[in-house]
Design a protein around this ligand. Sequence first.
Ligand code: PXL
Length: 451
Amino acid sequence: MLVHSALSIAGSDSSGGAGIQADIKTMSALGIYSCTVITAITAQSTSNVDHILPLGAQVIKKQIRSVLSDIPINAIKIGMVYNNEIITTVSDVLNQSKIPIVLDPIISAGTGARLLQKEFLKDFKSKLVPICDVITPNIHEAETLSGIKIKTEKDIRKTALKIQELGAKNVIVKGGHFRNEHEVIIDIILDEHGKFTVFKNPRMKIVETHGSGCNFSAAVTSFMAMKYPVVKACFLANKYVHKSIIKTVKIGKGIPVNNPISTMYEESCRYQVIQELEKAVEILVNMKNFVDLIPETQSNLVYAIPNAKGFEDVAGVNGRIVKAGNKSVPTSGIKFGASKHVASSILEYMKINQMVRSALNIRNDKTILNKCNRLFKVSDYERNLEPKAIREREGRSISWGVKMALSKNPDADIIYHSGDVGKEPMIIIFGQSPQDVVNKVTKILDRRNFE
Ligand code: PXL
């Protein structure tokens, strides 16, 4: 597999949401091998920057030289530079470089502290802006760099033109802090040919996030490392950050942080869930006598991703596992959101125990239930005790029942009910994985367990 590499030259953020830490996460999530040059160490929480230690010229220069003399870097990002010494060093070392440079003009942290000292703005403009291929200011940074106050969308364009005059080839002004009457965020790019491109995204109901600026510039750098043209790289970075902002987490006491790896992690969980479930369904339907366990309303085997919140996070057989003569067959493939009933039971179980993520419903008769009682921890609920209000709400019965049964035995492997008027009695087998559930089915069907 072709590996692209990028280098982030930035400050360390001990809270993990911004700076070098954000860059490593974003680049890694996008498949980029990330190298780092640390310019400053910040001691910070999600509420405050408590201390800043800028590093000296020599160690910064040496870090850059070590990386560039060895690894074929495809794109470079420059983040927090803090003072004149750092600005000059980075500029001197990269001056003749042919590698595309993305400059994130970081002036202040989201929590307020200055990350570029005021007296060095002049050096920043004259030494770093001219060597970059793309600069990624937000509204405040665009105002500071251009000296133009932004009141209208036209003003944003004016700041972009002014910043380009300073020597930046391409400018993208991020409009997250620009309020307009429409609830959309507009990001404006001025490219090297003088053409403007506008991206629009719906505004999300999030106050402020820590690290989204870093994630954006690191994503632009990643896509440029993959050789996308600048406007396309910005477009893809924009989509990526929009998606990851949805996953913002309130991890500390201060402002919520961006968590760019979470999207990738969730996607990989979904893939794993489908793989494991497909394998388990195959084993299940080929199991001799499994057909005898299928109820009138048919079976489904489901598997949820970690932290599942709704049906869309639970995979199951699209349709059911049905009786076809003396065989059992899945009516279709595996799909997220395919099951409602068995999915409700696992979602309810996961409220008590996140480790239990798979479930299968089978027929409830005396013989099967006796076997379950001998082999497993069993709990039950009585459908006829279900409050009328819940009974009347389609799909709520199972959640209510599982909750009742778990209140009696919080680590039951099996939960059953004995039916009610028009409701077939049912057993649900729970497990940590579909393989775990299938192993329980094997035990139920194994005669040797009952001789
Ligand atoms: O989000 C800008 C930023 C960049 N780099 C470092 C930071 C911050 C914000 O706090 O701490 C090191």
